[in-house]
Design a binder for this molecule. Structure first.
Ligand code: ADP
Length: 476
């Protein structure tokens, strides 16, 4: 049988599970290569050489030395890690830093973030033009503003490869002052509103949105929202202009990591009945009693986007029904303090980042709360569905696309999987929490909802096909 020819693809990302993660982008960048492989697409992932990455990846080999890489010399390394085929830009002057990958010890963005990721984008474009011997991508898939200049550099280089720009979150736009134009290698003719200029500044995200061949974002509803003034954060005009090249493809979850049947962190279960032991264990871990109401969890960055200030106002409703809350999160210090200061026997707050704990929480809880003001896709509600932990979500972005609200009609037709609320206000969330408590008091109905949730397809299969179709269309 003739061997199938694979489409060579370069994925350009600033984070990737299991090596380095601050949010959902890393989950997606880590999961997509595995899925795409099943669709005849071979992905190499280009990542910055942060200390954690260099430490974790064994047997690195040097492919190229780059003498002048945005203010210092660098090496392009190759290696593999688990299922990932990696190219790593080892540029110590850009990436060898303590603390966060984007922020310093004061919690502020590194002042040279634009150059740090322009370097990554430049090397991606050079790889598209033959920097690496014996391997050239046909598709360059760029993730978020950090990779936004890659499609621009590819156009300037006349690269043959096609490019895709994926927006994981429009709130981060890679803004730099115009005086950096020359240092970033942006031609004067391209510094205008039809190019990389964004209200007098440079936006690397906008560069990607203008120059990439195709644009995607991570859910169909977020794609529609992004073309509106309310959600587009100033990019709505560009996206409307490119609407024929712009689609929303839902994120999936990595079911080899997030499934109650195989999760090493929990007491495994196949049906809702098996959850209870996990709930009791979790309550013990957090010194919570076995209350009458539902045990709710939040696993989230603590930021304005995530709407957790709305939860603070609605929380008394849950507590008045003897419901419980465990929150795991970190982020804005005022929100951390607000949650830390809650003193109630049915509330437990863990400020920090803890992957393993997040598994135990999602397995042990009855419900997961995601009251985001906007949510490109959201992953934790998908974990919730998979674990029979009913999501209570605001009706926005990927949350609206993935949770079927328990209306009488949806319950009757056995499709309800959680609760959506709208508008995104404390009152509407309070009402949703009341509804949650009402449903929880009907055990038969509750377990039906759990079963519906656990039956949902939340893996990558369908979306993997959609990305593969997009790649293949680009090469016709
Ligand atoms: P975003 O990318 O906007 O932060 P997503 O829901 O798309 O939101 O992805 C967040 C990811 O980060 C999920 O995998 C979630 O479980 C994880 N996460 C967020 N905060 C924490 C935390 N404090 N501890 C462990 N995991 C977390």
């Amino acid at each position: 049988m003739a061997s199938r020819s694979l489409i060579n693809t370069l994925s350009v990302t600033s984070e990737c599970v299991p090596l380095i993660k601050t949010g959902g982008l890393a989950d997606v960048a880590g999961a997509l290569p595995k899925v795409l492989k099943k669709n005849d697409i071979a992905v190499r992932t280009l990542l910055p050489g942060y200390p954690a990455v260099l430490k974790a990846v064994q047997s690195l080999s040097t492919l190229k030395v780059i003498d002048d890489c945005f203010g210092g010399s660098a090496q392009l390394l190759a290696g593999t890690h688990q299922d990932l085929d990696l190219l790593i830009l080892d540029a110590p002057h850009l990436y060898n830093r303590d603390h966060g990958i984007y922020i310093d010890h004061k919690g502020e963005d590194w002042s040279d973030n634009i150059e740090r990721f322009a370097a990554l984008s430049r090397v991606a474009a050079d790889i598209a033009n033959g920097l690496v011997d014996d391997w050239q991508p046909e598709i360059v898939h760029c993730h978020d503003w950090q990779a936004g200049l890659a499609p621009y550099y590819m156009k300037v280089n006349n690269a043959k490869a096609r490019s895709i720009m994926t927006i994981h979150n429009i709130a981060f736009q890679g803004i730099a002052p115009a005086r950096k134009r020359r240092a970033l290698g942006i031609l004067p003719k391209d510094f205008n509103p039809e190019g990389v200029e964004y209200f007098g500044n440079i936006s690397t995200l906008k560069a990607g949105l203008i120059y990439a061949d195709k644009l995607t974002t991570v859910s169909p509803t977020y794609a529609q929202e992004l073309m509106t003034h309310e959600f587009g954060m100033g990019m709505e005009g560009v996206l409307q202009y490119r609407k024929n090249d712009f689609t929303g493809i839902l994120n999936g979850i990595d079911e080899s990591v997030w499934s109650p049947e195989v999760d090493p962190e929990i007491i495994n279960y196949k049906s809702p009945r098996g959850k209870n032991l996990n709930k009791i264990t979790l309550q013990k871990e957090f010194n919570l009693s076995q209350a009458k109401g539902p045990l709710c969890v939040v696993v989230s960055r603590l930021s304005e986007q995530k709407g957790l200030d709305i939860l603070l106002e609605a929380l008394p409703t849950l507590l008045s029904r003897d419901g419980q809350l465990i929150l795991l999160g970190s982020g804005d210090s005022w929100l951390e303090n607000e949650f830390r200061n809650i003193s109630h026997s049915n509330v437990s707050v863990f400020i920090g980042y803890d992957e393993k704990l997040s598994h135990r929480m999602i397995a042990g809880a009855d419900a997961i709360l995601v009251p985001s003001r906007f949510e490109p896709c959201g992953l934790t509600q998908l974990y919730g569905l998979r674990y029979g932990t009913l999501p209570v979500v605001s009706s926005t972005g990927g949350l609206a696309d993935t949770v079927v609200s328990a209306s009488p009609a949806a319950i009757a037709s056995q499709v309800a999987t959680g609760i959506q609320f709208n508008p995104i206000t404390p009152l509407a969330l309070s009402q949703a929490l009341t509804k949650l408590c009402d449903l929880y008091e009907q055990p038969k109905l509750w377990s039906k909802l759990q079963r519906n949730a656990m039956k949902q397809s939340v893996g990558w299969k369908d979306s993997g096909h959609s990305y593969a179709r997009l790649y293949k269309e680009l090469l016709i």
